[in-house]
Write a protein that binds this ligand. Structure first.
Ligand code: ADP
Ligand code: NA
Length: 339
């Protein structure tokens, strides 16, 4: 089993990023390590090459790459168990993208709905990278003979494309020998909690929300977390004893959802304990649950963010390992193409 997955290297990370994305990677790593089959491996990469397909600021990208690396390690991605790296340090990603561009068809890419969504009204002004980045995504996973790729709803179409490219390449260029590429299967990530703003319970918790009150940041210390929970918008009603009773109470639903996501309980299990209680009791309990998990993470995160040398070393080691793992496939692809 070889799992390959990428993440956008953004900064200002918050509880939504942790519960919605980063924690799933940690669980995946731990499952693959626990299965401990010969050759099983998780490769996790920061998609910095993808980031240049949209308008962006180079300084922010560099900072975001380092910050996301620090967050991943602080949250439990272990560079001794998984291969953690950024794409830009492994030239084989860009090389293989070009090699696969001879196989990918215009018609296939024209069908990608994400390009239409992201380019919006301005298709003529979109970068070529935005149009072809599904081919880079194909290279990202095919390079490592990925067997399994975690994909959300919005990425299913791109994984299908990767499979089509791999199949056509194998058919067109490997008739007399072994196929160069493995066709990866999707794994549907376990359902991730969607965390809403603490300000209103209705908009997504996001770094782009200007209100500090809306978020719990991965860099927040225990005191700051307790204060943020205390200030979170709630209502004057006691909690109901079942989830149905939270209808029409978005702030309450969000706070209970966060509690459930942190402890692994269902919403009904949380309400079995706290039904009938007001927020005067529930908020301190929620604060404690958050602090217990997040304060060791934030401590490590804040230390690592300052430690450029360690971060560079982690990424350099991951990139070296990735180059080694991808080298054979890249060579086979060149050879199959007569290059
Ligand atoms: P932001 O919304 O702060 O800009 P990103 O869009 O960079 O965050 O998201 C990075 C990852 O974190 C994505 O996988 C996204 O689905 C996840 N994520 C972001 N915000 C939330 C949230 N509020 N709840 C759950 N997951 C989230
Ligand atoms: Na966003």
């Amino acid at each position: 089993m070889r799992v390959v997955s990428g993440i956008q290297p953004t900064g200002n990370l918050h509880l939504g990023n942790y519960l919605g994305a980063i924690r799933n990677w940690v669980r995946l790593q731990d499952e693959v390590v626990a299965a401990s089959q010969e050759g099983s491996q998780c490769l996790f990469f920061l998609a910095d090459l993808h980031a240049i397909s949209m308008p962006y600021n180079p300084e922010d990208l560099r900072a975001g790459t380092l910050e996301m690396t620090a967050a991943l390690v602080a949250c439990g991605i272990d560079p001794d168990k998984s291969v953690l790296f950024n794409q830009a340090q492994v030239p084989a990603h860009a090389e293989l993208q070009w090699l696969l561009s001879g196989t990918a068809r215009m018609g296939w890419l024209n069908r990608m709905t994400q390009f239409k969504d992201k380019s919006g009204q301005n298709r003529e002004g979109a970068s070529i990278a935005l149009f072809t980045y599904p081919v880079l995504q194909a290279a990202d996973v095919l390079l490592y003979q990925a067997t399994h790729v975690p994909v959300g709803e919005d990425q299913k179409q791109h994984l299908e494309l990767a499979r089509d490219i791999a199949q056509k390449f194998n058919n067109d260029f490997c008739a007399d020998g072994a196929p160069v590429f493995t066709l990866p299967d999707p794994i549907v990530p376990r359902e991730a909690a969607r965390i809403m703003s603490l300000r209103d319970g209705m908009s997504k918790m996001s770094k782009s929300d200007p209100s500090e009150r809306s978020r719990i940041n991965l860099s927040d210390d225990a005191d700051t977390i307790m204060k943020a929970v205390k200030k979170a918008k709630s209502d004057a009603e006691p909690l109901p004893s079942e989830q149905a009773g939270l209808a029409g109470r978005p702030e309450a639903l969000n706070l209970v959802t966060i509690y459930a996501a942190m402890t692994g309980e269902t919403i009904d299990q949380v309400l079995a304990t706290y039904g009938g209680e007001g927020f005067g009791r529930f908020k301190p309990a929620l604060g404690e649950v958050l602090v217990e998990t997040l304060s060791p993470i934030s401590q490590r995160f804040n230390e690592l963010k300052q430690d450029r040398e360690s971060l560079d070393a982690i990424l350099a080691r991951g990139a070296a390992k990735a180059r080694e793992l991808g080298g054979k496939t890249l060579n086979s692809a060149y050879e199959a193409l007569g290059l």
